[in-house]
Every structure is written in structure tokens, then in C-alpha cells.
Ligand binder design. Structure first.
Ligand code: GLC
Length: 576
């Protein structure tokens, strides 16, 4: 195969530690659980694991509020257990990347506790402190927090405001202070020294703010914007696009500052002190690739999923635009979801079990055949869907809690309607415990234990690992089969991308061709419940079927009139 880096060939799998597997029976996922599931992950056929934050944290934002960058959250285990997990993954041929939260710490981090003690504390300048706006007691400007309310919190001890892009429990670090850089680069090296294979960089665009801190000029309200953007809102694509633009304008001075690129180059140099590690940006901004080889290795193609209608036309346009934007040498990176978004079967499904079973296979095929590194999210391999909480007391995502409060204050909805609206916006919907069995607590925790978030009851209807492992036709079996197929098909990994059937409403077709591997694959995905007959003679006279949910593998198929079943996935080999 073409010489590629491991992270270009790998399929990544995101583990949300709190919800993956509960090893000690306290209702919370942990390293003991993760260690016990390493064989499962190896058998699934993924190549790399990304762990959402596992550091000590008050869990106000489920670990994205770090209280110590070089420790392990006691609820999850010990550093020794972490090492056993890492070694166990490596021994099974899987890499491990961690989540690096650079923008902010927890307000319980000792650095912040020191910083807030006095205006002259040596750690004062590690965070972003400002006096009240001149002549007032109010905040320095009108900036908002992405999680609601002012981005400024008055700290009574010293009478100054500190800045927080996210919750007030997540004060922003001052990256213009060299001591901050040093401390975070030390933490970065700590885990690299232990052997981790790289980092996913949390909210990386939010590191710097405009130094002159001008007011934004947006009048629309954030909670309304958030509600429009929810996949449940029923808003049109046009309204969504408008809401996204308002969001952009609202935060225009608070993210994606040019200075961040020098910082990313510096971080890249830290990473490059080590052999073959990777940096993955939680951003869709392609400027984070730098020249293609001097900033982040991968940045997510989120625009692909910024829609409720993942149609062939949307995907084709996305690919043309995205691949066109990437600098030379940059490698694409695709995902259909993560711990912040709706589960893709909910967002892109059709609310029909038969159709969704077909669609789930099509979406995996999309991830494994598009050009770029795919990221999967734990639970998607068994078809997990969003679970909407019905009791505010069960909410763990404080974004949902905040929204419930806003909706209650602003609307005349009934309590049940308020909870429903908040639940559709709360990220709890996609963070429920992994469903391992059809038994009590879906086998995540022992019977009788109260899990940290309720378990989705569809675990009892076949949406669980044990049931699907025993069924050769299950979604899980399909994931295993297709992951193995991708691994052994170089054109799907290294090949370039050429779109076919540019106007087809229901079918996505493209060719992945790798001259170096002397292999070309025609990929055809029927994203519809209708059978199709396709004129693909322009690609080649015939294809040898390599992988399909409708055709016989190994048979030769004439391409002038290729017939596809509803939701069929077809990959055929054509002359290179
Ligand atoms: C990222 C994380 C999200 C978190 C936020 C603040 O967007 O993915 O879960 O709440 O950053 O750290």
C-alpha cells in the first residue's frame, strides 16, 4: 500500500468514558470497564481510540472542566489503570489519543483558585481578568458565553470580572502568558511520555480573544439560536443557515483569531519531538491545517453533518467544497457524530425501523469509503439513538439545565413541554450508557444500580451488543465486516475521489483510485427506499463486486445498467 501515516489509515472510535463500561458497579464508566472491553474493540476492527477527558474534574461539563491535567479522575480509576488500558490497547494494535482541553480549566483547578485570591497573585495573569466597564459596575463588554449568559463573571474577592467562553465554572486561560504555555506543554508531554499517540484538541478555535475586546453587534438571543439549530426544531435549511450566521457573528471576536496559528505551530513542534503522534482539531476551519504539514494533522469535516438531510446532493457538494479547500498534503477527516451532537440515526434517520436499518449501513459505508480518516462514536455500531429525558432531575448536561430555565422564563409552555424542549437540546440525549446486553441496565452497570444517566430502553429491543453479536445479519456484524473490508482495500484508504452521477437525487456514486496501489473502487450508495437502475458505463464496462449488501461478491456486474436494491451499499473493483 502507499506509504501513509497510521492516522491516515486508521478508523478512530470515540469512547465517552463516563458512559462506556462500568467496571466497579457504581453507575459510572471507568478504566476497569474500558480495559474489560478492549477485546471487544479489537474484534470490532477499529484502529485507534479517542478518549473524552479522563482527568480529575468536578464534572460540571462532564470532564471538559479539568482540575488537574496530569491525573486520572478518581471515579474512573488510577494512573496505573490508565497505563494498563494504554498498554492493553497497544498490545492489541490500537492507538490511543486523549482529549486536550487548552482553552479553559475548571474553576476548581488550583491555578484558578490561586488566581482569584488577589489582584497581585503570581497566578493572576494565568486567566483573563478585567475591571468593570468604565463608569459602571457591569461586565467589561457584551460578550456572551457559548453556554448562555454573559461571558464575564464578577469575582467578589477582588471585584474584577473573569472571562469564560463556556460555563463560568470553566474560566479561560490567558494564552498570551508564556507561563501558561509552559505549564500546558508540560502536561502535553506528560502523556506523550507515557506513550499516548496524540490528542484531540478541544474547542481549539476559542483560545484567543480580540485583544481590544470590542462589543459584538448581534441583537438576536442565543437560546433562540440554539433552539433553531437543534435537529428537532423542524427549522428549514435556510433558517438553520441564518442561525449559524448569527452564532458566528455573536462570537466573532471570541474565536479563530490569527494568533492561534502560531500557537498551533508551536504545539506541533512539541508533538514532533515524539515519533509519529497526531493532533486532531475540534474545528472545521481548514486554516488549522496550516501549510498542510505544520499545524494540526486532522480537522473535522463538520459541515458534512450541519444538515438534517444528508442527501446525495448535500454530500457531493460538501466533498467538492471541502476537498477543494484543503491545502496540499492535508488529509480529510469525517464523522457523523460525537458526544455533543444528536446520534446520527436520530438526526438522519426516518423513524422507520426497516429504513433505518438500511440507512445505518449506508452511513457507515459513507464514513468508510469517503476520502479521509473516519471517526466513529461509541454505540453507533449497534444503532444507538438519542434518548430524551423526561425528568429535569435526570439532566446531567448543564446546557440542558440552562435551556430549561430560559424556556421556562420566556415561554408559556407546560412543565412537560419545557422538559421536552430542553431534552432535545441537551447533549445528554447522545451520552446515555453503552448498551451491552438486553438485561438490567443494559449490562452497563449491575442490576439495581442507578446509572449516571438513564439507559435507553431500546436496549431491550435488540439495540445491544450481546444480541447483535449472536446475529450474523445485525448492524454490529455489518460494522465488523465492513471495517475488515476497508482495512484490506487500499484504494478506499489512499485513493483520490472522483464524483459520478452528479445529478442523481437518490444515489451517491464515486470512484476512489490509487495509482500507487494499482487499484480503483467504484462506490455506489443508494440513499433511498427505492430500487435503482444506474447508468455507470462511463466508469468502466464492468466491475467486480468486492463488497455489497445486495450483489454477490466476486461476481462481475455490467455497469451500463447496474441495478441496486433499496439502501444498497455497493463497492466494485474497476480498472485502475
Ligand atoms: C467542546 C466539547 C464539549 C465541551 C466544550 C467545552 O466543544 O466537545 O463537550 O462542552 O468543548 O470544553
Amino acid at each position: 500500500m502507499t506509504e501513509l501515516k497510521w492516522w491516515q489509515k486508521a478508523v478512530f472510535y470515540q469512547i465517552y468514558p463516563r458512559s462506556f463500561a462500568d467496571g466497579n458497579g457504581d453507575g459510572i464508566g471507568d478504566f476497569a470497564g474500558m480495559i474489560a472491553k478492549l477485546d471487544y474493540l479489537q474484534d470490532l476492527g477499529v484502529d485507534a481510540l479517542w478518549l473524552s477527558p479522563h482527568f480529575p474534574s468536578p464534572q460540571f461539563d462532564v470532564g471538559y472542566d479539568v482540575a488537574d491535567y496530569v491525573g486520572v479522575e478518581p471515579e474512573y480509576g488510577t494512573l496505573d489503570e490508565f497505563k494498563r488500558f494504554l498498554d492493553g490497547a497497544h498490545a492489541r494494535g490500537m492507538r490511543v489519543v486523549l482529549d486536550l482541553v487548552l482553552n479553559h480549566t475548571s474553576d476548581q483547578h488550583s491555578w484558578f483558585k490561586e488566581s482569584r485570591r488577589s489582584r497581585t497573585d503570581p497566578k493572576r495573569d494565568w486567566y483573563v481578568w478585567r475591571p468593570a466597564a468604565s463608569g459602571t459596575d457591569g461586565p467589561p463588554n457584551n460578550w456572551q458565553s457559548a453556554f448562555g449568559g454573559s461571558a464575564w463573571e464578577l469575582d467578589p474577592t477582588t471585584g474584577e470580572y473573569y472571562y469564560h467562553f463556556f460555563f463560568k465554572e470553566q474560566p479561560d486561560l490567558n494564552w498570551r502568558n508564556p507561563e501558561v504555555k509552559q505549564a500546558l506543554w508540560d502536561a502535553t508531554r506528560f502523556w506523550l511520555d507515557l506513550g499516548v499517540d496524540g490528542y484531540r484538541l478541544d474547542a481549539i478555535g476559542t483560545i484567543y480573544e480580540a485583544p481590544e475586546m470590542p462589543n459584538h453587534s448581534v441583537t438576536e438571543d442565543l437560546s433562540a439560536v440554539r433552539r433553531t439549530l437543534s435537529p428537532y426544531s423542524g427549522a428549514s435549511e435556510a433558517d438553520r443557515a441564518t442561525a449559524r450566521q448569527i452564532y458566528e457573528n455573536l462570537f466573532e471576536h471570541q474565536h479563530d483569531r490569527p494568533e492561534v496559528h502560531d500557537l498551533m505551530k508551536e504545539l506541533r513542534r512539541v508533538i514532533d519531538e515524539y515519533n509519529d503522534r497526531v493532533l486532531i482539531g475540534e474545528t472545521d476551519d481548514v486554516t488549522f491545517y496550516g501549510t498542510g504539514d505544520d499545524e494540526l494533522h486532522l480537522n473535522f469535516n463538520f459541515p458534512l453533518i450541519n444538515t438534517n438531510h444528508l442527501t446525495p446532493a448535500w454530500i457531493r457538494d460538501n466533498q467538492t467544497e471541502r476537498l477543494g479547500l484543503l491545502p496540499d498534503g492535508a488529509w480529510p477527516c469525517n464523522t457523523l457524530g460525537n458526544h455533543d451532537r444528536s446520534r446520527f440515526l436520530t438526526q438522519f434517520g426516518r423513524n422507520d425501523p426497516i429504513q433505518d436499518a438500511g440507512l445505518a449501513r449506508v452511513w457507515l459505508a459513507l464514513m468508510l469509503t469517503l476520502k479521509g480518516t473516519p471517526f466513529l462514536y461509541n454505540g453507533e455500531e449497534i444503532g444507538m439513538t438519542d434518548w430524551l429525558l423526561t425528568d429535569l432531575a435526570d439532566f446531567r448536561d448543564n446546557v440542558g439545565v440552562w435551556l430549561a430555565g430560559r424556556v421556562a422564563a420566556e415561554t408559556a409552555l407546560s412543565p412537560a413541554e419545557i422538559v421536552h424542549l430542553a431534552a432535545t437540546n441537551s447533549r445528554d440525549r447522545c451520552r446515555t450508557p453503552m448498551q451491552w446486553t438486553a438485561g438490567p441496565n443494559a449490562g452497563f452497570s449491575p442490576e439495581g444500580v442507578r446509572t449516571w444517566l438513564p439507559v435507553n430502553p431500546n436496549a431491550g429491543d435488540g439495540v445491544n451488543v450481546a444480541t447483535q453479536q449472536a446475529d450474523g445479519h445485525s448492524l454490529l456484524s455489518f460494522y465488523k465486516r465492513m471495517l475488515r473490508f476497508r482495512r484490506s482495500t487500499p484504494a478506499l484508504i489512499a485513493g483520490d475521489y472522483e464524483a459520478m452521477l452528479p445529478d442523481h437525487a437518490d444515489v451517491l456514486a464515486f470512484v476512489r483510485r490509487s495509482a500507487a496501489d494499482a487499484q480503483a473502487c467504484l462506490v455506489v450508495l443508494n440513499i433511498s427506499e427505492k430500487p435503482q437502475t444506474l447508468a455507470l458505463g462511463a466508469v468502466a464496462e464492468a466491475a467486480t463486486c468486492l463488497f455489497s449488501t445486495g450483489h454477490v461478491e466476486g461476481a462481475v456486474d455490467t455497469l451500463a445498467d447496474l441495478a441496486l436494491a433499496p439502501f444498497e451499499v455497493y463497492v466494485g473493483s474497476v480498472p485502475a
